[in-house]
Design a binder for this molecule. Structure first.
Ligand code: PRX
Length: 630
């Protein structure tokens, strides 16, 4: 039995302040915290109140004394065939230059800076420069298109937007600047300045007075030294938008002190990582994994971090493993989808490389199915560690804390509750806690959430409380909106979302946001989007649309043309990541007598399952039609 971990966990819950006061010593403070956790206004937790620090200082400057010449950032692009390694000294210089440029463009403490960029080193400089200035960055995933970008611009109201001429995917150039310009036509908020990193991949028409070229401004600030802005532990470090039940994305707001401590502690206790080692996370800076485990945590820990632009199978399925071999990667972090993609290729691509440096492969973002786990475990002969968390929490909720004690993995389970998280399973109807083994309930977390988790929804405290803390009757408890069970040994199993969020290739998407973009088509009267199980991507979006002209739904050629139009519309508004795999045209959607859409029934039918109890259904013919058109 795992005595050491259990004690460690129990202490984190029952001697919360003592536990986190110790963890707080893993980072550098300008002024030490006066209070560990102020939970006088639940569910708002103020971690390390009175403490003064800076995230960029802890990620970069702090390491200059001991490891200035050590590798810090390894930027590799198999799209442009470039590779550049920055030592901590060089990273420090670049971040100072970027900070000086942002400052010259008017950025001050508390201002928002939106970052819409491909996976290039300058994106990391921009994030770290914001942290340096006490400005709040808000990264928008580069795979999102102008509509999604515009709604995020309007919510964040950035003073400056940092972007690039283009990204590249699978050898195909994706121009970003025109998408950004289009977004700025759609948004009512306008930034004072736009900073463009020109990679020479696509034309980037610049608007005089507003748009600035990074390379030219950089040369003006080559020797800049911009002091870190010392901020309160509770000062927001960033916002990151994520999907929920409504079409309007939520700005998950993170603090500074709590986040820095949480990430430092996670590197020690979860990843068992040390300064000088190399971390390779294959995520994107547009997602939470990229924020925490490409940029901040590895650097806070004094490690080298790999920033990779490209696909896992280009030029061949050995590309990631060649990076592991070349840079002696110790920790690798990815998503099950990527492994399922690799699994379609010959395992010889992995065997070709010396993976002896690797301590483990951590996978997160979606359920890890057994065949995928077994295949990769066999291919690389290293521990495969599932971990479960959310944009909202910023670091793992469930996993195995091998830095505390090596624990046995259990197939299908991301592991046990991580220290700091008071995880409960709740009966969604009664609000009662389920204490027995193998009972299905909503995975919830008793407040306060540990350090590093979301502080609130950007500019919307009410939405934070109502969305996350009031979904379970009669209790103020944080809901993950995931179903789960726990076995007799404390291992949890995740059984899917309780809300309308879907997970496509590890990308979290809101079905409502997709529906809203489809509904903008003149021919569409009504639409429902559901997630459908997919063997490669986990889930794909499937749209059922009611056409205004019923004859259209009957005409195969016209339906196909309309489907292509709808897909193009989603591509241009939200981005190809959100494109439904199919649009099925119908004349009515299945609803209850009170007019509620029967999404679950739609999803069941799409997946070939029994739609369940249909006694409340208004018009059974609608479901029959769906079934027949599928
Ligand atoms: O439904 C859960 C699923 O992804 C959601 C969070 O997605 P996101 O905010 O993008 O954060 C990802 C951070 C890794 C969760 O609510 N999810 C995440 N990890 C797992 C998972 N489902 C099953 N197993 C996991 N390991």
């Amino acid at each position: 039995m795992s005595m050491r971990f259990d004690d460690f966990y129990q202490r984190s819950i029952h001697d919360r302040d003592g536990f986190w006061a110790e963890q707080a010593q893993l980072i550098e403070w300008r002024q030490p915290p006066q209070q560990v956790c102020d939970y006088s206004h639940p569910p708002f937790a103020k971690w390390f109140a009175g403490g003064v620090t800076n995230l960029c200082h802890n990620a970069v400057d702090r390491h200059l004394a001991a490891r200035a010449e050590q590798k810090a950032l390894i930027a590799i692009s198999t799209e442009t065939d470039t590779e550049k390694v920055y030592s901590y000294r060089e990273l420090h210089a670049e971040v100072n230059r970027m900070a000086a440029v942002l400052k010259a463009l008017g950025v001050e403490k508390g201002d928002r800076v939106q970052i819409y960029m491909p996976m290039i080193a300058e994106a990391a400089f921009a994030m770290l420069a914001c942290a340096r200035l006490g400005a709040i960055h808000s990264v928008v995933f580069g795979g999102f298109a102008s509509g999604a970008l515009a709604s995020r611009i309007d919510d964040a109201q950035p003073k400056v937007i940092v972007s690039a001429d283009a990204g590249s995917r699978g050898g195909r150039v994706v121009a970003y600047k025109p998408l950004l310009d289009e977004a700025l036509k759609l948004s009512s908020h306008q930034p004072a300045a736009v900073l463009i990193v020109d990679r020479g991949l696509a034309p980037a028409p610049m608007r005089a007075g507003r748009d600035h070229d990074w390379a030219s401004l950089r040369t003006l600030h080559l020797d800049a030294q911009v002091a870190c802005e010392w901020v309160d532990a509770t000062h927001p470090s960033y916002t990151l938008y994520t999907s929920g039940t409504t079409g309007r994305p939520k700005g998950v707001q993170r603090d500074t002190g709590g986040y820095t401590v949480a990430l430092a502690a996670s590197m020690k206790h979860i990843f068992d990582a040390e300064a000088g080692q190399t971390f390779f996370s294959t995520s994107d800076i547009g997602w939470v994994v990229g924020h925490s485990y490409i940029i901040y945590a590895p650097l806070i820990a004094g490690m080298a971090t790999v920033l990779y632009e490209g696909l896992p199978v280009r030029p061949d399925a050995g590309t990631w493993w060649g990076i592991v071999e070349k840079y002696r990667v110790t920790h690798m972090f990815s998503a099950p989808t990527a492994i399922r993609v690799l699994k379609k290729h010959d395992a010889e691509h992995l065997h070709r490389h010396d993976l002896s440096s690797l301590k483990g492969l951590w996978l997160a973002g979606e359920p890890l199915d057994e065949p995928t786990a077994a295949w990769i475990s066999d291919a690389i002969k290293k521990p495969i560690i599932d971990n479960y968390w959310q944009t909202e929490t910023g670091w793992p909720i469930l996993t195995l804390c091998n830095g505390v004690e090596t624990q046995a993995t259990r197939f299908g389970s991301p592991g046990k509750a991580v220290y700091g998280y008071n995880v409960k399973l709740i009966d969604d109807a009664t609000g009662e806690e389920l204490t027995g083994a193998n009972q299905k309930g909503v995975l919830a977390i008793e407040g306060p959430l540990p350090p590093g988790c979301m502080q609130t929804v950007w500019r919307d405290d009410e939405r934070f409380v109502n969305t996350y803390w009031k979904s379970i009757p009669g209790r103020l408890i944080y809901s993950t909106f995931d179903w789960g069970i726990r076995d007799e040994d404390g291992y949890y199993f995740i059984l899917g979302r309780t809300d309308d969020v879907i997970n496509v290739a590890g990308h979290r998407l809101g079905t409502r946001e997709i529906e809203e973009s489809i509904a903008a088509h003149a021919q569409i009267a009504e639409v429902a989007v559901v997630g459908m199980a997919d063997s490669l991507k986990g889930q794909v979006a499937l749209a059922f649309a009611v056409v205004r002209d019923a004859a259209l739904a009957e005409d195969a050629a016209a339906s196909r043309a309309l489907e292509a139009e709808v897909m193009k519309l989603v591509d241009s508004r939200l981005g190809a990541v959100a494109r439904p795999s199919r649009v099925v045209f119908v004349t009515a959607l299945p609803k209850t007598r009170s007019g509620k859409l029967l999404r679950r029934a739609l999803q069941a039918v799409a997946e070939g399952r029994d739609p369940g109890d249909l006694s409340t259904m208004e018009d059974p013919a609608a479901l029959a039609q769906v079934q027949q058109r599928l």
